[in-house]
Design a protein. Sequence first.
Lengths: 176, 162
Amino acid sequence: MSSDDGQGAYHHVGLQDENEEHTGGCQCGAIRFRMKGTPLDRSICHCRMCQKAFGNFYAPLVNTRDTEFEWTRGAPKRWQSSNHVVRGFCGNCGTPLSYEAEDGLAISIGAFDNPTPLMPLIQFGMEGKIEWVDDLSTLPGRRTEEDIEFAPFLADIESYQHPDHGTETWPETKDD
Amino acid sequence: MTDAGHSGGCQCGAVRYHCEALGRATICHCRMCQKAFGGFFGPLVTARGLTWTRGGPDHFASSSKVRRGFCSKCGTQLTYDWGGEPEVAIGTLDDPEQAAPVLQVNPAGMLSFFGRLHELPLRTASENTQAAAFMADIVSFQHPDHDTGQWPQEQAGENGRD
């Protein structure tokens, strides 16, 4: 906790409309979900299990136990990562979707259509924290179009990612 | 990591890779990387001389130019393949500390709270009674952070499970 101001800011983030609705899904759109309510258990976990499961530096998760949650399209494929935990992902595109343990079903924050209202409130698994992870936000930045020299293919790229909202059909009907 | 190059793989160990050297390491804030990784950014490093040493990834074409590789058994995101030297997800390296990012790509997509995450309160597993009980008898099925002779490994013995 760096300051009272910081604590206040995080508390404010938790005070949201109880009727709020959060939707999301995997990158390809084969799996979609909806969560109604205000989830207060929102975290990032630095443990080595979460790092490897997410291929990342930490796993951002929101526990759905105090909300109404449902899979609205498809269902995740699951792998048991320990005797206590099952992790779900999309079998078609691989997006990490869930962490399922005795304390409830937790969903990857980055898989939500709008992750911004779901800011984490606590850090877990400090024993696995990567030493430079706190400094990432201070790195120099470069916009995608400025990176064309490094990645020329970006100039005329066409995304196949599912949009950040619900859709009637999947895959979406093309113009052909 | 071996004496020469770097190794890594997915969580379950069905897919393992080795590369001769690591190139530029970045985090990408674009919405494509966020959703693919289910996270706040995509952590990627160029893998020079990449070879698959066990199994291989499934792929999803996330755009007309890029396909992303993942383990079909456990889901771990493994690669960002744009046709040139592929990039691997830094968290899948057996030693991610070896690939400290040097650049943030597409900062326009950065989540508003990204720069404040390090200010969040901390909790270690042993400080929380419920978590301590959870961890007391946990048996990880994750592949170890080094290459192994066979997969799946024999569970009997060191982990005390059949």
